[in-house]
Design a protein around this ligand. Structure first.
Ligand SMILES: NC(=O)c1ccc[n+]([C@@H]2O[C@H](COP(=O)([O-])OP(=O)(O)OC[C@H]3O[C@@H](n4cnc5c(N)ncnc54)[C@H](O)[C@@H]3O)[C@@H](O)[C@H]2O)c1
Length: 293
């Protein structure tokens, strides 16, 4: 049988592998014969992984130590780990969800991914509309190729102060997801030169470890389900996202780079068609100013 997906014997690095989408992805890739390197801040209990690492993506030194232990070259990187931003600060949420991914990508992935390799991040439907100029403008300081870890932390703090200080973790969530989408678009050419593809999956609400936090933020599970159950008639499951990630990282997606894959069973399509209102076309400047007044 032809191995159309092409994962057999391929080295795949996955962050967030202890739970939710990344755990489901880890299980699929192990089953497809990949050598999986599983990373999380807690132990990743998936049988069959090549190696499991505990690392804190909120800490630059921990990431640097991790990359001394990972293989010198690998074939796929899946940046899935994240925080919901409900019980974490604006800075911590932005650091884990965005800064860690930018730092890993700019510092390590350019040199360590094999030709034909793939990078895929999980961003969010919450990061939609990043492409509108007035929104992109608010993100550019974070995707700046010259900005290192400390600069990004400084800019995140300054963004908070500029908008009145004490921004909620959930604002950090939205900022991180929008910025990561723009980052993907801006890095397409650099990675194409290395024959490496870079893409994002944008999930709708998914029943993972984060669901309780999101429900709390939206005033309870009933409210969350009413607002987040689209044409599918159900919330997404971790496996729905894992399958999309498997596809994007596979040989079947060999000419796909710079794609923002809505895994939402048509929810964004309904907004784009004007059937449902476009919920996320707002700038931070406008929204946070309104909130403050
Ligand atoms: N669940 C949803 O509805 C939803 C919707 C859109 C996007 N997302 C995104 O999906 C991705 C996966 O989340 P999930 O829904 O599977 O949630 P999850 O909570 O089940 O998994 C997230 C994983 O990230 C790990 N993690 C968090 N902080 C870390 C750190 N500092 N260092 C290392 N690992 C860390 C956690 O330990 C956990 O295993 C996240 O980026 C999230 O923002 C989730």
């Amino acid at each position: 049988m032809t191995d159309y997906l092409g994962y057999r014997g391929k080295a795949c690095v996955i962050t967030g592998a202890a739970s939710g989408m990344a755990r489901a992805l880890t299980e699929l890739l192990v089953d497809l014969g990949a050598e999986v390197y599983a990373i999380d801040r807690v132990d990743s209990p998936v049988p069959g992984v090549k190696q499991s690492f505990i690392a804190d993506l909120g800490d630059q030194a921990s990431i640097d130590a991790l990359f001394t232990q990972l293989p010198a070259r690998f074939d796929a990187f899946f940046g899935v780990a994240g925080l919901a931003g409900v019980h974490t600060s604006f800075l911590d949420t932005m650091t884990v969800n965005y800064t860690a991914n930018k730092y890993i990508t700019d510092t390590y992935l350019t040199e360590r991914l094999n030709e034909g390799g793939s990078i895929a991040y999980v961003t969010s439907a919450g990061g939609l509309r990043w492409e509108f100029p007035e929104i992109r403008e608010e993100l550019a300081e974070f995707t700046d190729a010259a900005a290192d870890w400390d600069t990004l932390v400084e800019r995140t703090r300054a963004f908070d102060e500029r908008h009145g200080g004490e921004l909620a973790g959930f604002v950090g969530y939205m900022l991180s997801k929008r910025a990561l989408n723009l980052f993907v678009a801006e890095r397409v050419e650099r990675f194409a030169a290395k024959q490496v593809r870079i893409n994002a999956v944008l999930p709708s609400m998914t029943a993972t470890g984060m669901l309780g936090d999101f429900a709390e933020q939206r005033g309870g599970m009933d409210n969350l389900k009413a607002a987040s159950t689209g044409p599918a008639g159900r919330l997404a499951e971790p496996l729905d996202m894992a399958r999309a990630l498997v596809f994007l990282g596979s040989d079947l997606a060999g000419f796909i780079s710079g794609v923002f894959l809505d895994v939402d069973y048509g929810m964004n399509a309904l907004e784009l068609a004007g059937v449902n209102p476009m919920r996320t076309r707002w700038t931070f400047a406008d929204t946070l100013a309104k909130r403050a007044s």
